[in-house]
Design a protein around this ligand. Structure first.
Ligand SMILES: [Ca+2]
Ligand SMILES: [Ca+2]
Length: 152
């Protein structure tokens, strides 16, 4: 996966007025705090760790640099979910596959790719064949593992 490209797509979503920078007011709309004051505080906190050169706004370069670092310990699956979460928070419509994946991952607490008690691979509903080519991309890893478990 091209992480800088994903991060830039996220940056453009957050940059609501499209002026090429993410400003405190735009960070405020991402804040999770329920109060206006909390949002303001959160936005400024976020700004301090994203704004590397101290000009009180976040350039695309700063954004990509900081998040590449922050996400360096994540595997591709975590990274993908992280970006998708952030996009939803930034106002993008959630995409259906991602929603399914999230639900599945929440159920799959031990990250085995297998949801205990359900016994199905969410992608194919149980009809797929382990180890065979799949059009699902990254999902296929989960898919294949689910079937390996079942057949073991
Ligand atoms: Ca902006
Ligand atoms: Ca800056």
């Amino acid at each position: 996966m091209d992480r800088p490209a994903s991060l830039l797509a996220l940056f453009r979503l957050i940059d609501k007025d499209n002026n090429g920078y993410v400003e405190p007011k735009e960070l405020k709309s991402l804040a999770s705090s329920p109060t206006a004051y909390g949002k303001l505080e959160e936005a400024h906190e976020t700004l301090t760790w994203l704004d590397l050169d101290g000009d009180q706004r976040v350039s695309p370069e700063e954004f990509v640099e900081v998040f590449t670092f922050v996400c360096s310990q994540m595997d591709d699956r975590e990274f993908e979910l992280f970006v998708e979460d952030a996009k939803v928070q930034a106002g993008a419509a959630p995409n259906r596959e991602m929603m399914l994946k999230r639900v599945y991952q929440q159920l799959d607490r031990d990250r085995s790719g297998w949801v205990a008690g359900l016994g199905v691979c969410y992608e194919c509903g149980g009809g797929g064949v382990a180890g065979q080519g799949s059009p699902h991309g990254t999902v296929h890893v989960i898919h294949a593992r689910a079937h390996e478990r079942r057949e073991a």
